[in-house]
Design a protein around this ligand. Structure first.
Ligand SMILES: Cc1cc2nc3c(=O)[nH]c(=O)nc-3n(C[C@H](O)[C@H](O)[C@H](O)COP(=O)(O)OP(=O)(O)OC[C@H]3O[C@@H](n4cnc5c(N)ncnc54)[C@H](O)[C@@H]3O)c2cc1C
Length: 409
């Protein structure tokens, strides 16, 4: 009799509700049937080919819309129910292909951030449109995510922002550009834009607004060629005197710093969740391969060091998932969501994904280095996640600054 115990997809977790189980099954099927094969093909294409009209990307986006994961569709749910549906679906999609899983998430960000700001008109406006989040700039990557300056060096000088907005009567006029890293920019129809405000020739942080990307004066840069997460297209967005109605404003300068904190709290936890999907995929590939590959006359799973390595991978995936789910549950139910919790989830899960993908590649031996097997791609994808949504070391400094209570010093 075998003592092998197979676990459900959700791992060491209490049973899911009927609805959650349905979402997990549906997302899992979509991941297997659509995302994995398309992801392997897109990864091989050039960045420009991957967004060309004949790219499989468009069919995927159309099918993904049918999953019913829009912010608006979920707003009627209780916060915890909504958060659990999102984390279960998103982990599964990212298990299938983490760049495309990220894209499904990113497409919802303008609606999500509009909801965070309590601007229901903009939630409605963004519904059914592909979205992106433009915050970082060529000269301000970490700087833009550190809106309260808690990580900036005391003698540092921010310098000129690359993108500024002016409020003129009933419109917001945007000029400048966002960095080449705006995820999903090539396909996006709306952008949740975070930038500095210009008043009387001076700039300060900042404003957040929803910008329709078909407005006169908006142009996009070329799709970025990069090492990992190649299925998630990225590129600049340029603004030349773009006039946006004032009703698109999510937050003005008085609430901006706080809003960036809330946005990062939301985004970091979700990125951690995506990383859990990637880590689980790497672990499962290695687990299967260890049963197939024979060396020394035995499947390599029979060698103790391979089993031990696999166990540590399993342990890390479960630990990362437990933390991510705990943080997302806390944030959905506590009176005030905790940025330090979301940073802990993002840093832990992305570091886990990187370590587990690297260990999985080791279990594949030489085959792991080749494009015949999925490991080298997973490792490239995992590497990108240590930088996406804030470099982990910068986030750790920020998390640390949130632990300081000046009154106790
Ligand atoms: C896959 C991916 C997806 C992304 N998606 C988006 C997106 O959708 N929208 C968007 O706007 N941006 C996006 N980004 C941009 C991302 O948020 C930035 O790359 C990230 O914040 C780091 O900025 P940077 O690349 O300019 O690096 P820099 O800020 O130049 O940092 C370079 C190095 O210096 C360190 N450093 C910087 N400042 C400090 C400091 N104060 N203290 C100590 N160390 C510091 C960093 O840790 C890092 O190691 C994405 C990036 C990637 C890789």
């Amino acid at each position: 009799m075998s003592n092998y115990i197979d676990l459900p997809l959700s791992g060491l977790e209490e049973p899911l509700s009927e609805m959650e189980q349905y979402v997990q099954d549906t997302a899992h099927r979509f991941a297997v049937d659509v995302l994995r094969p398309a992801g392997a093909a897109l990864d091989e294409m050039s960045a420009e080919e991957s967004i060309a009209p004949d790219s499989p990307l468009w069919g995927i986006l159309e099918k993904a819309a049918g999953l019913g994961l829009s912010v608006k569709a979920m707003l009627d749910m209780e916060p915890l129910e909504r958060e659990r549906i999102m984390m279960i679906a998103s982990e599964e999609l990212s298990w299938g292909e983490c760049g495309l899983g990220s894209m499904v998430l990113v497409n919802q960000m303008p609606g999500l951030y509009a909801a965070l700001a309590g601007n229901m008109e903009m939630v409605d406006f963004c519904d059914g449109k592909l979205g992106c989040w433009g915050i970082t700039e060529p000269d301000h990557g970490s700087d833009m995510l550190d809106a309260d300056g808690s990580v900036a060096a005391a003698n540092g000088d921010y310098g000129r922002p690359n993108c500024v907005a002016r409020i003129e009567g009933d419109k917001i006029v945007v000029n400048g550009q966002k960095s080449a890293w705006v995820s999903g920019s090539a396909v996006a129809q709306v952008c949740a834009l975070y930038c500095h405000l210009e008043e009387n020739g001076k700039t300060r942080p900042g404003v957040s607004l929803i910008v329709p990307l078909d407005l006169p004066g908006v142009t996009k840069g070329k799709a970025l060629e990069k090492m990992g997460l190649r299925c998630l297209n990225q590129g600049e967005i340029y603004f030349d005197n773009v006039e946006v109605p004032l009703s698109h404003l999510l937050v003005g300068p008085d609430g901006y710093v706080d809003f960036v904190r809330h946005t990062l709290t939301e985004a970091n936890a979700h990125v951690g969740n995506v990383a859990v999907g990637l880590a689980r995929a790497a672990y499962e590939h290695a687990h299967a391969y260890a049963h197939e590959r024979k060396q020394g006359g035995l499947p390599i799973i029979r060698h103790q060091s391979v089993r031990s390595r696999l166990f540590h991978m399993f342990r890390k995936v479960e630990a990362a998932r437990a933390l991510v789910r705990r943080v997302m549950t806390y944030n959905a139910t506590a009176p005030e969501a905790a940025l330090q919790g979301s940073i802990a989830a993002k840093v832990t899960a992305t570091q886990t994904a990187f370590e587990v993908a690297s260990d999985a590649l080791q279990i594949f031996g030489g085959n792991g280095m080749t494009r015949e097997y999925p490991m080298e791609k997973l490792l490239r994808d995992a590497r990108a996640m240590l930088i996406a949504d804030g470099c982990n070391e910068m986030l750790a400094l920020k998390g640390g600054s949130l632990l300081v209570n000046p009154e106790l010093l």
